[in-house]
Design a protein around this ligand. Structure first.
Ligand SMILES: Cc1cc2nc3c(=O)[nH]c(=O)nc-3n(C[C@H](O)[C@H](O)[C@H](O)COP(=O)(O)OP(=O)(O)OC[C@H]3O[C@@H](n4cnc5c(N)ncnc54)[C@H](O)[C@@H]3O)c2cc1C
Length: 484
């Protein structure tokens, strides 16, 4: 028997990752492709839609659903614009978006196919990419692509149980069905969005369920009433993301993470506990947090280290040395975050320009939805090479300094967007449906735009100063122009 044959494909564009970021990337690239240009879409999952296919059933969007889309594709279903879509609604919408984006393309879909590696090779016209894939049957596929867009996102996988020594407690992920069918006490580990969703779902199923939370350093959420105030308060009240970024760029100097993060919390945030300090940029409402607070038996600030079986029963140990008894048979639900992905560094534009990467390690914008939308437009218009855009390694920064993280993301977003808004026409930016500021009436957005047009250079210069100081302060964290 000879070696298995390698299937060969040629295309103008290969997009790896068919979640919302990859679909936005394809949406943006589509107008630049010619009629005869072939496209290859790859994902290791057997369907489009990314991580939402594997998320726990009761997850809900934390922003209003119209702002979670591909391009400017509208949602169907006629729900009020403030509706927070369910997992099923999100996957349905993304499936419909994929159909619309694929429509009219000469397309090969390689779903259930794993990206292994790629090489950038010089060509007469510049560079192209050779992408190495493995299909569901283990066969090899080689794709030669003029442009490769990698949209792996945070590489979110299905949550797994925390490894615990105790055999007397049950360590489960949030999607574990038994957790909800049982009456045993629950310890929710974490205090971010997944933890909130899990507490609310447990209480919705049985209001008297004994639920406790081990809340880490306590999560700060952005207040939905400020980011998306209902009409007519949205005419003058609340704050657009742009205004928050401006405010933070005046408070954060690149070195005072704690002070800037406290300001972000006090001015725009909400938390379960007054001492909460970790801003993960999730969005929540006061009502949600009140319901969680009222339903919980206990919230403990601290990080879980282990649960061991001792003669007296299972004992939970926290990293700071505290210990407490845990009733036998309790569930411990792993609601710890996904914001520390094990993703290797790769620049958002490769040295030869043939490979674009939507990645938290070299972010153009901290939201992959925004990066997915913007990168292809900038690439095909030659702006990625021209503009003095900054990359930010959001993953490494978060590992080094959680307090500076959220403020840095805002300032970095402000800096890059100030340049991008100058370079991309309104007709393009108007189709960026994932922009949360679309929530506000047109007059508010035009007001922001006028401010950017008038003083964009000053704002960008101040933001650049902050980012340059951040880089000097956090040696080794990439925050600046791409390496040439
Ligand atoms: C529980 C949870 C709730 C969230 N809620 C919200 C929310 O309410 N609002 C919000 O804006 N964001 C939310 N997020 C963040 C969310 O991840 C993003 O908003 C968005 O879904 C990310 O899209 P993406 O396309 O970047 O990544 P993904 O949806 O993860 O898509 C990336 C795709 O790349 C594929 N891929 C990766 N590596 C390979 C490989 N080697 N070969 C082939 N394919 C590969 C994956 O299979 C995947 O389909 C949430 C995240 C989690 C975990």
């Amino acid at each position: 028997m000879g070696a298995p044959r390698t299937r060969e494909l040629d295309c103008a564009l290969c997009v790896v990752g068919a979640g919302i970021a990859g679909l936005n990337a394809l949406w943006s690239a589509k107008p630049y492709l010619g009629g005869s240009d072939h496209v290859v879409v790859v994902d290791r999952r057997p369907v489009t839609g990314g991580m939402w296919n594997d998320a726990y059933d009761y997850v809900r969007l934390h922003q209003p659903h119209p702002m979670f889309t591909v391009g400017d594709l509208a949602w169907t279903g006629g729900r009020h614009r403030s509706h927070l879509a369910t997992r099923a609604e999100v996957t349905d919408h993304l499936t419909r978006c994929a159909r619309e984006v694929f429509d009219g393309l000469s397309l090969t879909r390689l779903l259930g196919t794993e990206y292994l590696s790629h090489d950038e090779v010089p060509t007469a016209g510049g560079a192209s990419a050779v992408v190495h894939l493995r299909d569901a049957e283990g066969g090899r596929v080689r794709v030669r692509a003029k442009t490769l867009i990698k949209a792996f996102g945070f590489d979110v996988r299905r949550a797994t149980p925390l490894p615990l020594a105790s055999a007397a407690v049950r360590s489960v992920p949030p999607h574990d069905a038994a957790l909800f069918d049982d009456d045993a006490p629950v310890f929710v580990i974490g205090s971010g969005k997944t933890a909130m969703d899990t507490v609310l779902e447990l209480l919705r199923r049985r209001a008297s369920r004994e639920v406790r939370m081990i809340a880490g350093s306590g999560t700060v959420f952005l207040d939905r009433a400020k980011l998306c105030p209902p009409f007519p308060r949205s005419l003058l009240g609340g704050s657009t993301g742009f205004r928050i970024a401006l405010d933070i760029s005046r408070r954060f100097d690149g070195t005072n993470g704690r002070e800037a993060s406290d300001h972000l919390r006090d001015r725009y945030g909400l938390s379960l506990l007054p001492g909460a300090r970790h801003n993960a940029l999730g969005i929540a409402s006061r009502a949600e947090l009140d319901a969680v607070r009222e339903g919980l038996r206990e919230v403990t600030l601290g990080h879980l280290a282990e649960v061991r079986d001792e003669a007296s029963g299972p004992i939970m140990q926290l990293l700071d040395g505290r210990a407490r008894a845990v009733p036998e048979g309790s569930y411990l639900v792993n609601c710890t975050g996904y914001l520390d992905p094990q993703v290797a560094y790769e620049p958002f534009r490769s040295p030869g320009g043939a490979v674009l990467s939507v990645t938290p390690r070299s972010a153009l914008h901290f939201l992959t939805t925004h990066g997915g939308f913007l990168l292809p437009h900038l690439h095909y218009r030659g702006e990625l090479e021209r503009l003095p855009l900054y990359e930010l390694d959001t993953t490494l920064l978060r590992r080094r300094d959680k307090t500076a993280w959220a403020s840095a993301l805002y300032v970095h977003g402000l800096y890059n967007m100030a340049h991008i808004l100058d370079a991309l026409p309104a007709s393009v930016l108007g189709t960026m449906g994932v922009n949360l500021d679309n929530w506000f009436p047109v007059a508010r957005r035009l007001w922001d735009l006028a401010e950017l047009k008038r003083r964009g250079r000053d704002h960008a210069a101040r933001a650049k100063g902050v980012l340059d100081r951040l880089r000097a302060h956090h040696d080794g964290v990439r925050c600046g122009p791409l390496p040439r």
